[in-house]
Write a protein that binds this ligand. Structure first.
Ligand code: NAD
Length: 324
């Protein structure tokens, strides 16, 4: 359970791309706590400088500011690195529908650059963020690897292409790639601001500021909300995984599901607020229900998430109350 007792060979070096973002900065923090060297790479496009600065006092941390669309930067960033945890991407389904060209450039070309640079620099494991959006319109619950439907957004397509390259880079070049299909991650440092913010931090911020949140649809859609600590565990376990299971993608979630309206009510109660939400039209590209079968990651990566939604949401609320 957890990742506190995971160990890597002495002197191991990690690269975290997207290190100024939500998942990336939490990965950096966890790896530094375990005592290993970490290099962060980020172009600060959607990430935050404070997520970089907070670690700069640690001699085991190094930051490279740069864009993964630039192959030379990817080569420089992967030099001397054992494990790459590739998180850099543009998120948000609705934003990808507005600007598909940019998503192609960053999420597809940028990830391909990272894989190619990792291969050239002899990286041992290349673990990358995929997404539950690759399940598209397949309605069967729980979602299981190998049973995907038609994709619903350019964002989902970029992640699917990443997975195909992940498979090819393993089969053609022997790069040990592991795709992690994250399901709605939440937790400390997730950005609550802006039109494309994720729903949990956005609701918390709006409720704390006595604003009226909008729920798109009837609120009865459900998601397998996954606390950040489980995602850290999955990344570190993938770095330890057998090469025989590389080239594949794995669901990373807690394996339960929550209805949006229930989360809204739970947050309102926890924050002591009584604000009626606005119900807006459902958003294009959104799926109705999501719930992961995590047996593949359990079996092949040894993933064993110990942060339930209830435990995670308490920790997240506490953090936002102290930091917003
Ligand atoms: P985030 O936006 O907080 O972090 C992404 C980081 O990547 C940012 O710091 C940004 O500045 C950086 N970045 C963007 N374009 C870049 C570029 N061209 N070059 C270098 N850096 C660049 O997002 P997050 O929530 O931390 O997501 C991390 C990864 O997980 C992403 O790949 C995302 O698609 C995936 N994912 C996240 C979730 C979730 O619920 N948060 C769910 C599924 C998948």
């Amino acid at each position: 359970m957890g990742y506190e007792n995971i160990s890597f060979p002495k002197g191991s070096k990690f690269l975290v791309t997207g290190s100024a973002g939500f998942v990336g900065s939490n990965l950096v923090e966890a790896i530094l706590k375990l005592g290993y060297e970490v290099r962060g790479l980020d172009d600060l496009s959607t990430g935050k400088t404070e997520n970089v600065e907070v670690f700069l006092d640690n001699p085991k941390y190094e930051f490279v500011e740069g864009d993964i669309r630039d192959f030379d930067i990817c080569m420089k960033a992967t030099e001397g690195v054992d494990y790459v945890l590739h998180q850099a991407a543009w998120g948000s389904v609705p934003r990808s529908i507005e600007m598909p060209l940019l998503y192609e450039e960053i999420n597809i070309k940028g990830t391909l650059n990272m894989m190619e640079a990792s291969r050239k620099n002899g990286v041992k494991k290349f673990v990358y963020a995929s997404s539950s959006s690759v399940y598209g319109d397949e309605p069967t619950l729980p979602k299981k690897e190998g049973r995907e439907g038609n994709l619903l957004s350019p964002y989902a397509l970029t992640k699917k292409v990443n997975e195909e390259y992940g498979r090819l880079y393993y089969e053609l070049y022997g790069l040990n790639t592991y795709g992690l299909r994250y399901f709605n991650v939440f937790g400390k440092r997730q950005d609550p601001h802006g039109a494309y913010a994720a729903v949990i931090p956005k609701f918390i911020k709006q409720l704390l500021h006595n604003e009226q949140p909008t729920i798109y649809g009837d609120g009865k859609q459900s998601r397998d909300f996954t606390y950040i600590e489980n995602v850290i565990e999955a990344n570190l376990k993938a770095c330890k995984a057998d090469s025989k299971v590389a080239g594949q993608a794995f669901n990373i979630a807690y394996g339960s599901r929550e209805f949006l309206i229930d989360i809204y009510n739970q947050l309102s109660e926890a924050l002591g607020k009584d604000i009626q939400p606005i119900f807006g039209p459902p958003r294009k590209g959104d799926i109705r229900h999501s719930n992961a079968d995590i047996s593949k990651a359990k079996k092949l990566l040894g993933y064993s998430p110990d942060w339930s939604f209830e435990k995670g949401i308490k920790a997240a609320i506490k953090w936002y109350k102290e930091n917003l």
